[in-house]
Design a protein around this ligand. Sequence first.
Ligand code: DX5
Ligand code: ZN
Length: 218
Amino acid sequence: MAIQISPSILSADFARLADEAAAVAHSADWLHVDVMDNHFVPNLTLGLPIVESLLKAAALPLDCHLMIEDPDRWAPAYAEAGAGSVTIHAEAARAPVRTLREIRGRGARAGLALNPATPLDAYADLAPEVDMFLLMTVEPGFGGQKFLDLVLPKIRRARELIGRTGGDIWLQVDGGVSGETIERAAEAGADVFVAGSAVYGAGDPAAAVDALRAQARK
Ligand code: DX5
Ligand code: ZN
């Protein structure tokens, strides 16, 4: 199980996105882009035009996390634009199987995200359609929140499900991931770690990524 780190630019300086992306280009695996529409979550960030610009400016592949209503309408366009991974929320998708297939069909990895209260069992049958499950370890919408330990049992169950399914499915966690919490998320079975404030709130973002990776491997 390879450990991967995906710094979230939600905690970066939005006026200097290219520089902020470059700061982790040699230490991170992905750049996590939080798309929020002020409907699915109570916050508004950025959309396709900025993602298209970032695709040209950033060396890392983009890990687009769509916290939006109607992901069925929008997700394929992010894959078409060139995002390496596009994740939709189970709570928002009306036709998740079709949308996950459309993402894959456009050459991106397809992710399915579950909020803390959303049961994994309801979506277990979709495992063959996904390249990654994203288990939210905070309620989505804002950076800098506290990691919810109540999600740890779901992380364990997702790791078991992935083991049974046998496919190459990644297990991402997002929210409150820090030097203090990453070890228990990794121990529970997560292998892709989103970190916003723990990376961009640090004086040296690249060193923070290296430190998180080392902690996850412990
Ligand atoms: C929250 C976003 C996260 C956020 C994480 O809804 O999906 O990606 O940037 O921020 P931290 O790591 O600070 O909890
Ligand atoms: Zn996110």
